[in-house]
Design a protein around this ligand. Structure first.
Ligand SMILES: Cc1cc2nc3c(=O)[nH]c(=O)nc-3n(C[C@H](O)[C@H](O)[C@H](O)COP(=O)(O)OP(=O)(O)OC[C@H]3O[C@@H](n4cnc5c(N)ncnc54)[C@H](O)[C@@H]3O)c2cc1C
Length: 312
């Protein structure tokens, strides 16, 4: 009996680790090239220097006792550190935000670059279909954003499909930029109608110290410009950032934009994880609880607990 987990973000890996600890055999599939999901870190070269940008989640908190224990171990290993600029409880991955996800993937059987396009059920087994990929497993966990989970599961569980369909995520244009001189601004700020959040990314613990920034557009600004070209978005959001903060524009040495279509889910009320024992189908993700890193971890753990109680 093997469990397939689709999605190696915080939720999928949290579920995977608990299942493996309970003695189950788990294989994980993720369409991304490496660990991160929405906690990704982008590596770029700017004027011959290697830089990292946390272009997804900016920081996270740990209030759940189980999550706190895991975070304490990462912190002890130097893979996570407090970031007081974002608040007393704020933590970040070191050297990049994807570090906790990287830590969780270690020792697990994760296939990167493996996108699952369709599920099928044949003689009580789940078939996973992807490009050049056809795998069979007894049990499936879908740990991807609601909008991507719905189409995979609705044909088998209308109830799970309905929960996913009723969950809508806000999109977010994110701009990564480097400047020739320091901006006369604090390390974090919520700026205005256009830029919902801005942070001096290079000043996070364990970073390069470069004048690199991450700007996140508000949901409304993003929705109004969803299909514009990334270069145009970078120029417009930077202009709005300087205007909203009454700062004279500073020359940039790098700028790029990334569009998150499903950045922050707006969850509907319900269970923090979904498990159908007769289908042996589970769903986990931040969208079942709250749009936060910690909630993704908790959802994955809750699902694993239900599965272990059933599968033994
Ligand atoms: C711009 C932005 C800012 C944020 N800021 C914060 C913050 O400051 N604090 C905070 O706590 N949270 C923040 N969040 C939210 C946080 O990142 C998420 O709550 C959390 O990372 C979600 O984890 P997850 O495992 O549920 O989903 P994801 O991280 O999205 O993981 C899903 C994984 O599934 C993979 N996948 C999707 N479809 C398929 C498929 N068909 N086949 C195979 N693999 C697939 C993806 O590649 C991905 O790795 C932010 C998110 C964004 C985008």
């Amino acid at each position: 009996m093997t469990v397939a987990i689709i999605g190696a973000g915080m939720a999928g890996l949290s579920c995977a680790r608990a299942l493996v600890q309970a003695g189950l055999t788990v294989e994980i599939y993720d369409k991304g090239r490496g660990p991160g999901g929405r906690m990704s870190t982008r590596r770029v070269r700017v004027e011959g220097r290697g830089l990292r940008f946390d272009h997804g989640a900016q920081y996270f908190t740990a209030r759940d006792e189980r999550f706190r224990a895991e975070v304490a171990a990462w912190q002890q290993a130097g893979r996570v550190a407090p970031w007081p600029a974002a608040g007393d409880e704020a933590l970040v991955g070191v050297p990049g935000m994807n570090e906790p996800v990287r830590a969780m993937a270690e020792g697990l059987d994760v296939r990167w670059g493996a996108r699952i396009d369709r599920l099928d059920r044949v003689a009580g087994e789940w078939m996973l279909h992807g490009e050049g990929l056809l795998e069979s497993h007894s049990t499936v966990v879908v740990a991807v954003p609601a909008e991507q989970a719905g189409p995979l599961v609705a044909g088998f569980s209308p109830q799970f499909g309905d929960r996913a369909e009723r969950t809508v995520s806000e999109p977010c244009w994110t701009v990564m930029a480097c400047f020739a001189q320091p901006l006369p601004l604090p390390d974090t700020l919520a700026t205005g109608d256009s830029v919902a959040w801005a942070a001096r990314d290079g000043a996070k613990p364990g970073r390069s110290g470069s004048e690199s920034w991450v700007l996140q557009a508000s949901p409304r600004w993003t929705r109004d410009r969803l299909d514009e070209a990334p270069d145009a978005i970078a120029a417009k959001l930077l202009a709005a950032f300087f205007t909203e903060n009454a700062v004279a524009p500073v020359a940039r040495t790098y700028a790029a934009a990334h569009r998150w279509l499903y950045a922050r889910a707006q969850p509907v009320a319900g269970e923090p994880a979904l498990w159908d024992p007769s289908l042996r189908l589970g769903l986990a993700g931040d969208w079942l609880l709250a749009p936060r890193v910690e909630s993704a971890w908790v959802s994955g753990r809750e699902l694993a607990d239900r599965m272990i109680a059933h599968l033994g």
